[in-house]
Design a protein around this ligand. Structure first.
Ligand code: 0O2
Length: 209
């Protein structure tokens, strides 16, 4: 490629990523407003922690290569829906569903897909509520609808997932059977903790809180 072509491609990639960055900001703002308003109205905060990321160009291209798709931006736009991702860690299971409802009921948020790994955990024990939502961003060139993956989970689920991620990475996906079993047990323990914490919380504040 000539230097001019390289520059053009680089600009195209930057512009492409920027759209996702903006979509992410819209969703982050919505979550932060819900969190602040909840604290103000109910003297209670259902959200413990929010983190977000736009996937790196490198990991996007390796993802479409893994999927056997052409290595171009159109393929990413069409087939990769977690370019922008927000993870919301809540105190209790009930809060994860409450934030999900409050976010997805907003009229400018379109739900594309929901995967409820809390009701139906993955075989390895992974639990989280996933939603791909689309949010409009308004640019000088007009409206752009941007998909964002939102993951909602409890502190216990987040603790489990981050350790599992490290183990998965360390063994390059080939985790020894004994560790897989231990992780599954740990996921049950995390669920037992979530159940007890929610019961205690409800005893303190009543069933609707
Ligand atoms: P990262 O680095 O967190 O972004 P796809 O998104 O098409 O590849 P799928 O299965 O349709 O795959 O998506 P799914 O099930 O909604 O899961 C996508 C994301 O959920 C992952 O993103 C992880 O963040 C998280 N996740 C899913 N399963 C597991 C799991 O077993 N353990 C852990 N720790 N996290 C999980 P990425 O892109 O893999 O990673």
């Amino acid at each position: 490629l000539s230097p001019q072509e390289m520059r053009r491609l680089q600009q195209e990639l930057q512009r492409f990523m920027l759209g996702y960055e903006f979509g992410l900001r819209e969703i982050e703002t919505k979550i932060s407003i819900l969190s602040d308003e909840f604290r103000h109205m109910h003297d209670y905060n259902p959200i413990e922690h929010v983190s977000s990321r736009v996937k790196s160009a490198e990991s996007l291209f390796s993802k479409i290569t893994r999927k056997g798709l052409p290595r171009d931006l159109d393929a990413i736009r069409e087939h990769v829906r977690d370019v922008a991702g927000v993870r919301v860690t809540c105190s209790f299971v009930q809060d994860a569903y409450r934030i999900f409802d409050l976010l997805t009921q907003q009229e400018d948020v379109t739900v594309i897909e929901v995967k409820d790994y809390i009701r139906e955990p993955k075989p390895n024990g992974y639990k989280s509520l996933h939603a791909i939502v689309e949010v409009p961003v308004f640019l000088s060139t007009g409206r752009q609808d941007v998909p964002v993956e939102v993951q909602l989970r409890t502190i216990a689920m987040d603790f489990w997932a981050s350790l599992e991620h490290k183990i998965h990475y360390k063994y390059d996906g080939r985790v020894p059977a004994d560790l897989v079993g231990q992780l599954r047990d740990a996921a049950d323990t995390a669920q037992a903790l979530d159940d007890r914490m929610q019961a205690l919380h409800q005893e303190l504040h009543g069933p609707h809180r």
